[in-house]
Design a protein around this ligand. Structure first.
Ligand SMILES: Nc1ncnc2c1ncn2[C@@H]1O[C@H](COP(=O)(O)OP(=O)(O)OP(=O)(O)O)[C@@H](O)[C@H]1O
Length: 255
């Protein structure tokens, strides 16, 4: 679980995060949504320890990040997995090499233990047959699976995903969402996903934090989002005619 309290961050005197408080729960897919420029990336970078907030606290399983020693902060960061936008694989390494990379950098394990772990996570994301392939030889959806395998290979407590669906067709996007949700539940990970994708909101939005101009404008679940009368959320989520109709049908069914 990650607890955020009154988080502030400004750049050159311009506030970007203006007092955000929320909780990201363990074993759940927590989504951060909001318009471009609302502060989602800065918020996620604060959660990753890549940006130091001006004030406020981020507490990981009871440990307040800013109160840890540099060694403890480093250890905590090793408990974080990250799926970057666009997968960010190393083109010159095979699938296996990409997944092995964090283990080679940080794990203190024998070669055969690392090999076993890589085998295991590649099987988990249904890529058992792609070990020796290079990123350019596999589809965008498979590349995302490799990125997920690499993010979980160190057995993280926290998983951060930045726009994990960008560039994927809707069907593959849902498969990737479902995979992230399954893994989150299976390994009881606190997963935080930055997304623009309304399908993800509906499909895996177990907890949604909606940012507007650096403020937490609304939070709730994908079920709550159908019922909310918060205008900013409705305008953002139901900006497409299709989603407006889906919402109308849902509300009519309930009446
Ligand atoms: N390192 C930085 N220095 C100065 N300003 C920054 C920095 N990083 C972000 N900002 C500013 O903070 C604001 C929020 O940016 P952020 O990238 O968090 O938005 P976002 O919600 O993630 O947008 P998008 O959905 O387009 O990725 C923007 O106005 C941006 O210019």
């Amino acid at each position: 679980m990650i607890e955020v309290k009154d988080l502030h961050k400004a750049f050159d005197g311009s506030p970007v995060l203006k007092g955000i408080s929320t909780v990201f729960e363990k074993g759940k897919t927590n989504l951060i949504i909001g318009q471009s420029g609302s502060g989602k990336t800065v918020f996620m970078k604060c959660l990753l320890g890549l940006i130091i907030p001006d004030s406020g606290t981020i507490c990981y399983e009871g440990q307040i990040y800013s109160q840890l020693t540099p060694e403890q902060q480093r250890d905590l960061r090793q408990e974080m997995g990250m799926v970057f936008q666009g997968s960010a694989l190393f083109d010159s390494m095979t699938v296996e090499g990409n997944v092995m990379f964090p283990l080679e950098m940080f794990a203190r394990q024998s070669r055969s233990e690392m090999q076993d772990r890589v085998e295991f996570v590649l099987r988990r994301v249904n890529l058992a047959d792609a070990h020796k392939k290079y990123p350019a030889e596999i589809s965008g959806g498979m590349q995302k699976r490799v990125a997920i395998a690499r993010a979980i290979v160190m057995n993280p407590k926290y998983l951060f995903c930045d726009e994990p669906n960008s560039g994927l067709d809707p069907r593959t996007a849902i498969l990737i969402d479902n995979l992230i949700q399954e893994i989150t539940r299976e390994y009881n990970i606190t997963t935080v996903i930055n997304t623009h994708d309304m399908n993800s909101v509906m499909e895996i939005g177990e907890k949604i934090v909606f940012l507007k101009d650096g403020i937490k404008e609304w939070e709730g679940t994908n079920r709550d989002i159908f019922r909310t009368d918060n205008e900013a959320v409705s305008n953002f989520v139901y900006s497409s005619e299709l989603f407006k109709k889906v919402r109308q049908m849902y509300l009519e069914e309930r009446d």
